[in-house]
Design a protein around this ligand. Structure first.
Ligand SMILES: Nc1ncnc2c1ncn2[C@@H]1O[C@H](COP(=O)(O)OP(=O)(O)OP(=O)(O)O)[C@@H](O)[C@H]1O
Ligand SMILES: [Mg+2]
Length: 267
C-alpha cells in the first residue's frame, strides 16, 4: 500500500481550483477524476432490541480525488455512519466501500490500520486533542504512531509548516485548555494533515463553534484542499456551509436525496 502514500511536498501538488465559483451544480455528480471514495449499494443496519435501525439504506456515491465534498442532512440522517464507514471505523451490513481503490472488506485488520494511517485523517466535532500535549506535540502525535516515524528534523519542519498554515504560530507551545474553540479546531485540522493523508474526514467540524468561527474553519479547510489537493469530506447541517462545497451529498433517513457536483470542480 506504500505506493498510495501521499508523498506530495508542502509546496508541491497545488492545483487550480479554477473557475468553480458561480458554476452550476450538476445533478448526477458526474466527473472524470479518479475516485477517492466509492460506496456501492451500502446499507448499515443496527440491531435495536427486537427491531433494527436502518441508518444507511442503499447508498451509491463516488467522491473524486481533490474534491471538497459535504454530506448534509438533518440529525439522524446517517452522516456520521457514512463517515465512519469511509474511515473504516465501521463496516457496512451490505454493499462495498472502496477507499483510494481498496475494497475495504477485502483487507486484513493490519491492512485497514495501515490504510487509515496512510490515507485518512480525521477531524472530530469535539476536537479530541490530548490535553497534556501542547499544539506542536498534538500535531506531531500521529507521526509517531506509524511503523516508521520520520526523523525528528523532518517532523519538526512539517509540523511547523502546518502550524503556520492554520495560523497558530504564536500558540505553538500552548496546551488545548489555553485555546479557544476555533483555535482547537485549527489544531485538529493540522493534526489530521500530519501524515499527509489523501482524504480528510470531518464529522461536523463546526458544530461546537459560533457561526463566524465555523465559517473561518471551513474556509481554512477549503484553502488547504486547494493548496495541498487533499480530498475533504465533511458533514454538516448548516446550510450556509454547504454552499462552499464542490460536491453536495444530501441525506434523508439514510438515503441520498441529492448528489450534485459543481461542474467547474477540478478533476
Ligand atoms: N451504534 C448505533 N446503534 C444503534 N443505532 C445507531 C448507532 N449509531 C447510529 N445509530 C442510528 O442510526 C441513525 C443515523 O445515525 P447517525 O449518527 O449516522 O446520524 P447523523 O446524521 O450523524 O446525525 P447527527 O446530525 O445527529 O450527528 C440514527 O437513527 C441513529 O440513532
Ligand atoms: Mg452525526
Amino acid at each position: 500500500m506504500a505506493e498510495h502514500h501521499n508523498t506530495r511536498t508542502a509546496s508541491g501538488g497545488a492545483t487550480t481550483a479554477a473557475a468553480r465559483d458561480g458554476s452550476p451544480l450538476e445533478n448526477d455528480a458526474g466527473s472524470n477524476g479518479k475516485p477517492a471514495v466509492h460506496l456501492d449499494g451500502v446499507w448499515k443496519i443496527y440491531p435495536l432490541g427486537r427491531t433494527e435501525v436502518q441508518a444507511v439504506r442503499g447508498v451509491d456515491i463516488t467522491i473524486t480525488e481533490g474534491d471538497f465534498a459535504t454530506i448534509a442532512g438533518p440529525s439522524g440522517s446517517g452522516k456520521s455512519t457514512i463517515l465512519n464507514l469511509i474511515g473504516c471505523i465501521d463496516v457496512p451490513t451490505r454493499g462495498a466501500v472502496e477507499v483510494i481503490g481498496h475494497h475495504t472488506s477485502g483487507l486484513s485488520d493490519r491492512e485497514i490500520t495501515r490504510l487509515r494511517h496512510e490515507a485518512i485523517g480525521f477531524i472530530f466535532q469535539s476536537f479530541n486533542l490530548v490535553p497534556v500535549l501542547n499544539v506542536f506535540e498534538n500535531i506531531e502525535f500521529p507521526l509517531l504512531l506509524g511503523p516508521k516515524p520520520p526523523p525528528r528534523s523532518e517532523r519538526r519542519e512539517y509540523v511547523d509548516f502546518l502550524i503556520e498554515e492554520v495560523g497558530l504560530t504564536d500558540w505553538r507551545t500552548h496546551r488545548p485548555s489555553e485555546l479557544s474553540g476555533g483555535q482547537r479546531q485549527r489544531v485538529a485540522i493540522a493534526r489530521a494533515l500530519a501524515t499527509r493523508p489523501r482524504i480528510v474526514l470531518a464529522d461536523e467540524p463546526t458544530a461546537n463553534l459560533d457561526s463566524a468561527t465555523g465559517s473561518a474553519i471551513i474556509e481554512l479547510m477549503k484553502r488547504i484542499n486547494t493548496e495541498l489537493h487533499t480530498t475533504f469530506i465533511f458533514s454538516t447541517h448548516d446550510p450556509t456551509i454547504v454552499e462552499i462545497a464542490d460536491h453536495v451529498i444530501r441525506l434523508k433517513d439514510g438515503e441520498v436525496i441529492e448528489n450534485s457536483r459543481r461542474s467547474g470542480s477540478p478533476d
